[in-house]
Structures are given as C-alpha cells and as structure tokens.
Ligand binder design. Sequence first.
Ligand code: HBI
Ligand code: FE
Length: 289
Amino acid sequence: MESQFTHVHDTPPPGAAADWTISQNWDAFTADEHAMWDRLFARQSDMLPGRAADAFLRGIDVLRLEKPGIPDYRELNARLMAATGWQVIAVPGLVPDDVFFDHLANRRFPAGNFIRTPEQLDYLQEPDVFHDVFGHVPMLADPVFADYMVAYGEGGLRSLKFDALKQLARLYWYTVEFGLIREAGGLRIYGAGIVSSFAESVFALDSDSPNRIGFDLARVMRTDYRIDDFQQNYFVIDSLDQLLDTTVNTDFAPLYAKNAALPPIPIADFLPEDEVITRGTQDYATAKA
Ligand code: HBI
Ligand code: FE
C-alpha cells in the first residue's frame, strides 16, 4: 500500500534516531515561532467551547496548554504521562507507517518539530507542531481515547501483514482526524484535523453541505476520503467507549477480507443501512468541482 503522502523516506534523515525521533530542542524555537503558536492557540480556543468535545476541552486544561508558546515537552510530558502514560516525541515530519504505528502502540505520539509560516496559517499539507500537539494531544489525556490510540497502533502493525493499511487508514481519518461525537448538548468535534482548523471547526458542525452519518466500523473502513479540502462526510460516534469497545472487540482479519471483496464506497454516497444524521446538500464540494 502506498502512503497518502509521497515524500516519506524509508530511512531517518541525518540527526534522527533509528525510530525517527529527534530532540525537540525547545530552546531553538524563535520568538516568531512561539508567537505563531499563540496566534493559532488564541483563535482556536476562542471558538472551541460549545464546539469541541468535553474530553478535548478537559485535555487542554489538564495539560495546561494555555501557557503561552510552543509547549516544552519536558513539562507537557510530565502532565500527559501522569494522565494516561502517553508522551509526545519530536520527529522531523511524516514517518513511515510501521514506525508511526510502533510509536502509537507504545504510547508515544510523534509530533512534527516545525511550525507553519504566516503564509500557511490556514492550510498546510504536512502536520506541524500545532496540528500535532494542539490537535491530537488533548484527546490523549483522556483514558479511553488514549487506549483507543494504543489499540489503533497495534492494529496498524498487524494491518501491514494483512495488506490492509488502506482500510485502517480510513478508520484513522474518520475518527482520530475528522471524528464527531454526539454529546448531551449536541454534536461536537474531536478529530484533530477539525479542532486544529479554524474554518473546518465551523464547517464540520454548522454547514448544510457535508453528510453526517452514524459511525459504523466496517462502513468507515470502506469509505474513500479527500485530503485536499473540507470533508464531505463526517462519522459520528455516541461515546469514546463505543469507539474503543468496537475496535478492541472486533476481529479485524475477517473484516479486512470481507471488505476487500467489496468495492470502496465513493466519498459522498449513502448506503441503505446508514444512520443518516445530516443528508448534506454537498453544495460546497459541488461548487468547487
Ligand atoms: N507520520 N508524523 C506522522 N504523522 C502521521 O499522522 C502519520 C505519519 N506517518 C504515517 C501515517 N500518519 C499514516 O500511517 C496514518 O495516518 C494511517
Ligand atoms: Fe493528524
């Protein structure tokens, strides 16, 4: 299976360890780089109450992410370790799939050790420290989500043997990156790709354009996705326990085989058995096409 990214090399660059980790070298971040973090942080944290999942907002508090500047992993990891045994490690950028999964299986989240430039404020292709730390790490302070990510990493390592990476990558995409959750107050966002994006944090909840569909593991693993714009589909879980339980209680080997015999589901299609929460107009995607 090829990666969705074309520029992942098989060997770590000079200065990186065999597992691709590098030193965060926190002292080397410039005042401008810290200011970029602060600008992004302020913009998201103003908007996220009432939009982000409870677990995400709790994570921001527990980890004291409101402290100005790019977080120093020496401090952040002390809090994260105490909460769930996870830690953040610095990597140069995207790492090979097997390396990525091995880190997750061992409660290490790899974070790109650079921050976007002002020209990249709203969109960049590679995950930077704001996406990786602000987007992903608060959820890793939640014990249930923390276990889900471990299960995902272990499943990822196994998926490579089944040639099923593409199916498992769709699960990551539609949960860890772009997941929605139903809470007492209504739909909330928990996916890192949404919570770290100013525009998609609004679009994912407020727009009439995308479909919002009840989460179904087998269905999600067959559903194509786009990497270049707002999602056309969001999948909604009822709880983090649901996500963890279905993942650990499913035997993936037969599911991979069954799914592999079926065609992928085109991005905006519905199936008769879908639990439709929003039947999107797809106006946003259609206008762009
Ligand atoms: N590397 N740094 C980094 N971050 C990722 O999210 C990532 C990666 N390598 C591979 C990868 N993701 C994919 O395997 C998963 O998204 C499925
Ligand atoms: Fe991400």
